[in-house]
Design a protein around this ligand. Structure first.
Ligand code: NAD
Length: 494
């Protein structure tokens, strides 16, 4: 079968399954979520072995980040799905519509394509899949071919989930391209921005909505007043987990020159404490995914600026946790996202210069700020933009179940995790229901138009902008009128 036929067949089957309406049943969705959980439990050893083979990912990181995390996400969805699928009333409807039903009613977008990246190859497809299932979509899952063992292990998903609604399609760029030519109702892509643009162009052909979870250079700004031993530990965890191949890893550090020497000492100590003096022997330290990325990261290291690490072994695709100092904004390491275990430190005059450097680049996925000074934090937050802003730690915001995660501008569009994933795969349909009664009121709007009717309607329907707003008295009047209208309806006067 050609890649085109494979893509068409999978999408055709998913489309037919969606049109059958079976995913509209919330009990069916719950059953699929539980089946996905069974997959994670039954296949966990295979998945962990695949992660180790692909990335030398240790059990702690593999189980925590790629098996237990999606399982926890499933639990959140199972606990909340009944409330999430329930239509939600619109806010204040105004006096004129007090008797009407005005709600946002979630309906599944339809057939979705989920394209994953290789660095967290399991969870980056499963966490969106969980929300797509909760929302009632049918899904084609396309794991990254770069993490080939994990992709192969994910194929077993098809044995657990409904075989018409959910399909895992493995292969290279040719199959992703063929899939992108099909009509989907939503495309959820995780990966680099170059391919992100290809995905968005392909989706535009069908006017399909997209979520783009991209990367970028996430800065880490350190104030002068911090306990650098704690800061170093927290940066180490965010930067060197998965050997730096994490989209939300701090990409580079900005601090004043006076902070740099002590920070380097603290980072050296933190690295030795966690991975010993020879991280290559540490079972907890990962490897670079492949030769292409090894060569890419190697080129970013300037030996003259290395203060910690710098050792490499190309046969093992090993690069030691590396810290470089006095890096300049136009150095190679600052050109693109590092996506490897290399931490450049740039020194700045003050926080204004740090803000200037951040704002001269694409909007990052995350900005990390370390400080106990509220005004430092507030100014940095106010004058910059990023998908997430995290204070005094790194990456753990990702674990908060209902905190939406996603980028802005160059780091992506759309959010997911918890309710946000459900929302991403749902169309929040507006539904308004009126009765056929009350014509004595409705006739005011029918032609022939009169100035008197217009004046009444304008008064009832429209608001005039006022400095300070209307909220207090307006809400009270609306409440009283709504209560009156409900009474009228209940007593059946009209
Ligand atoms: P990758 O090479 O695995 O590519 C991602 C997907 O794109 C794959 O499934 C692949 O099949 C597809 N693809 C590749 N080339 C294509 C082409 N020419 N046409 C169509 N599809 C194609 O991953 P990557 O791009 O190396 O991923 C790393 C990037 O992903 C980094 O920038 C990282 O920051 C980002 N990332 C972001 C997140 C997030 O949640 N925001 C998470 C992980 C990674």
């Amino acid at each position: 079968m050609s890649v085109q036929e494979t893509a068409q067949r999978a999408v055709g089957r998913a489309r037919a399954a969606f049109q059958s309406g079976k995913t509209l049943d919330v009990a069916f969705r719950k059953k699929q979520l539980l089946a996905l959980d069974r997959f994670l439990r039954d296949e966990s050893e295979t998945l962990l072995a695949a992660l180790h083979a692909d990335l030398h990912k240790c059990r702690f990181e593999g189980d925590g980040g790629e098996v237990s995390l999606p399982r926890s996400e499933i639990a959140v969805h199972l606990d909340n799905i009944d409330s999430w699928v329930t239509p939600k009333a619109a806010g204040n409807k105004g006096i004129a519509f007090a008797l009407d039903t005005c709600v946002r009613d979630p309906q599944p977008r339809g057939v979705a394509l989920i394209i994953g990246a290789w660095n967290f190859p399991i969870q980056l497809v499963l966490v969106p899949l969980i929300g797509a299932i909760s929302a009632g979509c049918c899904v084609i899952v396309k794991p990254s071919e770069v993490s080939s063992r994990s992709a192969a292990a994910l194929q077993a998903l098809e044995r657990y989930l409904d075989s018409e609604c959910f399909h895992v399609v493995n292969g290279g760029v040719d199959i992703t391209t063929a899939l992108l030519q099909q009509r989907f109702d939503h495309v959820f892509y995780t990966g680099g921005s170059t391919v992100g643009k290809i995905v968005m162009r392909a989706a535009a052909e069908h006017l399909t909505s997209v979520t783009l979870e991209l990367g970028g250079k996430s800065p880490c700004v350190i104030d002068n007043n911090c306990d650098l031993n704690v800061v170093a530990k927290r940066i180490l965890f965010g930067k060197f987990v998965n050997a730096g191949q994490t989209c939300i890893a701090p990409d580079y550090v900005l601090c004043e020159k006076s902070v740099q020497p002590s920070l380097v000492d603290a980072l050296r100590k933190a690295i030795e404490d966690s991975y010993t003096r020879d991280p290559k022997q540490s079972p907890d330290y990962g490897r670079i995914i492949n030769r292409r990325h090894f060569d890419r990261v190697r080129k970013l290291i300037d030996p003259a600026k290395v203060k910690v690490g710098g050792q490499m072994d190309e046969n093992e695709l090993y690069i030691a946790p590396t810290v470089m100092t006095d890096v300049q904004p136009d150095d190679l390491a600052m050109e693109e996202e590092i996506f490897g275990p290399v931490l450049p430190i740039l020194t700045v005059r003050d926080k204004a210069e740090a803000i200037e450097i951040i704002n001269s680049r694409e909007k990052p996925l995350v900005i990390y700020a370390f400080s106990s000074n509220k005004s430092f934090i507030d100014e940095l937050k106010r004058k910059t933009s990023s998908g997430t802003f995290m204070v005094n730690d790194t990456i753990v915001f990702y674990l908060v179940p209902n905190l939406p995660f996603g980028g802005v501008g160059g780091s992506g569009m759309g959010t997911y995790h918890g309710y946000a994933t459900f929302e991403t795969f749902s169309h929040m349909r507006t539904v308004m229901k009126r009765s056929l009664g009350m014509e004595f009121v409705n006739k005011l709007r029918y032609p022939p138009y009169t100035e008197r009717n217009f004046a009444i309607l304008k008064r009832v329907l429209m608001k005039e902008p006022k400095e300070g707003g209307h909220r207090g008295p307006f809400l009270t009047i609306t409440f009283l009128l709504a209560a009156f209208a409900i009474l009228v309806k209940v007593l059946g006067f009209f």
